[in-house]
Design a protein around this ligand. Structure first.
Ligand code: IMP
Length: 428
């Protein structure tokens, strides 16, 4: 009954979808445990690109049951649209299961996300404006509406009407907006989405436990990443859930004893979308090169991602926060044309060296990276499939990262395709 967690170790967009897809072969269940459609996984299978937001990537395998766990916030309109798109491409989504305990994102959450960002002005967080924060806030305030409420029209209508009394006061008095009509929205949800989603709604805790008890392999798939974690990220420039590996326990309903393997995903460099501190950020032509060659624009929002060098200080912290057993490095090929590469091995904060992430965020804002420079390899890695085919400089770079971070690098991604990866070291 082994369970594996796949978790992003930087600020998201590390290519978790590709790695998840790669190890999904051995899995029977793939469970998303947090986040919502702020996530965007792109998978390239046989030259065809699949952009997934809510549906776990395991959906592309016939033998896998993809599960949306209780920790996820679900926009039911988006979920249905995603299912329709996948089905139109020939992907069978009938095995998908959605936790009845997951909370719904409804249009007023998205409106509140847009309005709060607008009114924060220059202090805005740069959210995806998908309503993620307001939906999790309602969950914590105990006024959220859950997926299971779709199964009872009277309960759904009653809860929606109650919560909109308060929201409409905020819309009218704080933001000078028109109120949301509870009956109209209830009619829309109850006719357009509730019947269509009903077959997918399930007791996913039992599903996960039945699977683990039957000795099946279960994969918990995180969205966003360690430094966007509500507790451990660069608060307030974070998302409103817990992407760290421990989030799999609460977001799927299992205890930590089941989790045997935690795979951290890191890009060979770093990107970040939205505001917040970023010690190794590049503002020069190398940064532009990474964005251009790495196609660093949001899958979801189209925003340009901020680029930077690999930061081993962050990764050491990610090892601690997630109990990483191994690391997968993605997009190594994006560094192909660079003559030299820099890796941040420590921070200088007002003359003091920090090998670990400073706990006070003002120190992180003041951190200057201490870099080690390594040679580039100057050739195309996209066709490499075996470790021995890697040029010496690429091996040196990867071994340096292993030594700096302290966990083995098991997989290395060298292109977007399913087959474009190299097995580098064995898991420790
Ligand atoms: P929210 O999750 O939409 O509330 O956005 C909060 C922060 O998380 C913003 O900086 C977003 O850019 C960032 N964020 C949310 N989802 C992702 C993701 O999937 N990849 C990268 N950044 C993300």
């Amino acid at each position: 009954m082994p369970a594996t967690v796949v978790v992003g170790t930087q600020w998201g967009d590390e290519g978790k979808g590709k790695l998840t897809d790669l190890i999904a072969k051995e899995m029977q269940l793939v469970v998303r445990y947090q986040g919502g459609h702020n996530a965007g996984h792109t998978l390239v299978v046989d030259g065809e690109s699949f952009a997934l937001q809510l549906v776990p990537s395991g959906v592309l395998y016939d033998h896998i049951t993809p599960v949306i766990g209780n920790g996820v916030v679900v926009d039911p309109f988006v979920l249905l649209a995603e299912i329709a798109t996948l089905e139109a491409k020939g992907v069978d989504c009938s095995r998908l299961r959605v936790s009845g305990n997951a909370h719904l994102i409804l249009p007023y959450h998205q409106e509140l996300d847009r309005l709060t960002e607008r009114y924060l002005g220059k202090n805005k967080l740069g959210t995806t404006k998908r309503g993620i924060g307001p939906a999790y806030a309602d969950k914590a305030m105990r006024v959220g509406i859950r997926v299971q409420d779709l199964l009872d029209a009277d309960i759904f209508r009653e809860k929606l009407t109650a919560v909109l009394v308060d929201k409409n006061k905020v819309f009218a008095r704080v933001y000078n907006r028109l109120p949301e009509d509870a009956d109209e929205l209830a009619d829309r949800v109850l006719t357009e989405v509730a019947p269509a989603l009903e077959p997918y709604i399930a007791d996913t805790v039992s599903l996960v436990h039945d699977s683990l008890e039957a000795g099946q392999n279960v994969l918990f798939e995180g969205a966003q990443a360690t430094f966007l974690d509500l507790d451990h990220g660069t608060y307030p420039f974070v998302t409103s859930s817990n992407p760290v590996a421990g989030g799999a326990c609460t977001g799927a309903g299992v205890g930590p004893r089941y989790i045997q393997r935690v795979v951290g995903i890191a890009k060979a460099y770093v990107t970040r979308v939205g505001a917040g501190p970023f010690p190794t950020e590049l503002f020069d032509s190398v940064g532009d090169h990474l964005v251009e060659v790495g196609r660093e624009f949001g899958t979801n929002t189209g925003r340009r991602r901020r680029p930077g060098w690999f930061d081993a200080v962050m990764l050491r912290q990610a090892v601690r926060l997630n109990s990483l057993s191994e690391l997968a490095i993605t997009k190594l090929d994006i560094l192909d044309a660079l003559e030299t590469l820099q890796v941040c091995v420590a921070y200088d904060v007002n003359g003091v060296r920090h090998d670990h992430l400073p706990y006070h965020q003002s120190d992180l804002h003041a951190a200057t990276p201490i870099y080690e420079t390594l040679p580039g390899w100057g050739c195309d890695l996209t066709g490499v499939t075996e470790r021995h085919q890697l040029p010496a400089a690429a091996v040196q770079y990867l071994e340096f990262l292993e030594q700096q971070v302290g966990v083995p690098i098991t997989y290395v991604g060298v292109g977007p395709g399913r087959e474009q990866f190299v097995h580098f070291s064995d898991a420790g």
